[in-house]
Ligand binder design. Structure first.
Ligand code: OAD
Length: 271
């Protein structure tokens, strides 16, 4: 409990707290993380599944494998609900104790929990983006479920799969094709969003990292920028990360347990 209190004291006495979140914050909502035991990338290697040319290759070799990847990656997302960690972060924002969340997650669980300032540096599963003009359009949980249901039919042909995926994506008014608005390996991050994240990182006086291995760049420069500008760093994770040893406080706990306790203590100290 000492670590919870230390973290809460830092947050309560800071004037600009920026959160950096990753897959671990959604783990207790039932969404598997990427790395580690049972992680998505353990079952689906990144050199094949985390990039579009690799996915196109798998599609040609085994359409069933592509359907199972989409299902394993997306079903948990559309079924998930915010957990106590998301809710605690939303409470802290509402109380003016955190300024924004920079998230690497493509689930919408911070927004669903009520957080408003959310910078999605790896995009969102719930949007498509025009490959020609960059316009974005929303897609619902039902849209994603419907396409997954079609892909899951064992007798589906490759042609039917392509048409189901095209129907989901759709065409932009400019005539360009929509694609998922998520960042695959080797692709650029959305420029405005990552610039705003870097700017906020350079201005914050506390960086609260929750549920991320802090291994994937350029997103992982966000905590590095904050630390280099003198911000206090708090790391919340049941396992050590690249930040833990240099953080001002390392709370070695699951986010769903640590964050509500920290939020309660911050709000108590601030009243
Ligand atoms: P990782 O899978 O690399 O790391 C998840 C982190 O969450 C690990 O450090 C776990 O120890 C921690 N964790 C697990 N359960 C937790 C819990 N209940 N509470 C708190 N922490 C917990 O996921 P990210 O760091 O988010 O990018 O990975 C970053 C990026 O790598 C992702 O956005 C994705 C991936 O490849 C792209 O695909 C572009």
């Amino acid at each position: 409990m000492e670590k919870i209190q230390q973290a809460a004291r830092i947050i309560a006495s800071s004037s600009d707290v920026l959160v950096f979140s990753g897959a671990g914050v959604s783990a207790e909502s039932g969404i598997p993380t990427f790395r580690g035991e049972g992680g998505l990338w353990e079952r689906y290697p990144t050199n094949i599944y985390a990039n579009l040319p690799g996915l196109a290759g798998v599609f040609l070799l085994s359409k069933d494998r592509i359907a199972s990847f989409f299902s394993d990656a997306l079903r948990p997302l559309v079924e998930a609900k915010p957990n106590p960690a998301h809710e605690a972060l939303a409470r802290l924002e509402e109380a003016g104790k955190i300024s924004a969340i920079v998230t690497q997650n493509i689930d919408d669980l911070h927004l669903a929990a009520g957080s408003r300032e959310v910078l999605e540096v790896h995009g969102s599963a719930y949007r498509v983006r025009c490959s020609r003009c960059g316009a974005r359009e929303g897609r619902s949980r039902k849209d994603i479920n419907d396409v997954l249901d079609k892909l899951d039919v064992p007798t589906i042909s490759r042609r039917q799969m392509i048409s189901a995926l095209n129907e989901f994506s759709g065409n932009c008014l400019c005539g360009g094709r929509y694609r998922p608005d998520v960042v695959f390996f080797g692709e650029s991050l959305p420029m405005e969003t990552i610039e705003e994240a870097a700017d906020r990182a350079s201005r914050c006086d506390c960086l609260l990292s929750v549920g991320t291995s802090v291994l994937v760049y350029p997103a992982a420069t966000v905590p590095a920028i904050a630390a280099s500008f003198g911000a206090s760093v708090i790391d919340i994770n049941p396992c050590e990360t690249t930040l833990s040893s240099t953080a001002d406080v390392f709370v070695k706990m699951k986010a769903g347990k640590a964050m509500p306790a920290i939020a309660d203590e911050v709000l108590r100290l601030s009243n």
